[in-house]
Ligand binder design. Sequence first.
Ligand SMILES: [Zn+2]
Length: 213
Amino acid sequence: MNIVLFGLPGAGKGTQSDFLSKEYNLYKLSTGDLLREQTKSKNELGLKIKSRIDKGLLVSDDIIDTLVIKIISNKLYFDRLIFDGYPRTLTQAKKLDNLFRKFNQKINFVFSLKTDENIIIKRILGRLTCTKCGMIFNKFFNKPNAENHKCESIYLKKREDDNETVLRERFKTYNELTAPILDYYKTQNLFVEIDGMLEIEQIHDNLRKIIHS
Ligand SMILES: [Zn+2]
């Protein structure tokens, strides 16, 4: 079984793909994670990727496609992939179909998490991580206080690439590029839209039901 998962950045796609990956023994191909890994190395490619991500721009298709081909052609991952953050363009979606055909596989499900952009923005911008103990809070939905957190407030940090302008830009890019991809999958009857504003467990249950239906 191969699955493709769509949803705005910050919509909880990562969490759901982790669940599905565990439950069905799928290999999670997250280009976001792969790219974030690359930005940690301070070489030319890493810096190039980081500068584009910081501006809310997409990383070139060539770089990503190379990473994807490596995975699909690997027998270890045969018919057990879940894509999180790929394909990002219609061209990539078509390339992906060709690749699967070439390696005798297909996509079984395409899920899209439907979410409210303004709430997602609060979830992301409000996120505070404690660099001392690792706990995660949210200044809108789950404020750190003397009861739930013992470290000093200087340890609470926001993630570097999170600000509203960047997020709005990412959402805009996402919506523009994703609409035609989703249409493409709709014509193949692979597309299922899921309510992404429900509780995490509930979303997971809904996904599971569709997979078993
Ligand atoms: Zn702490």
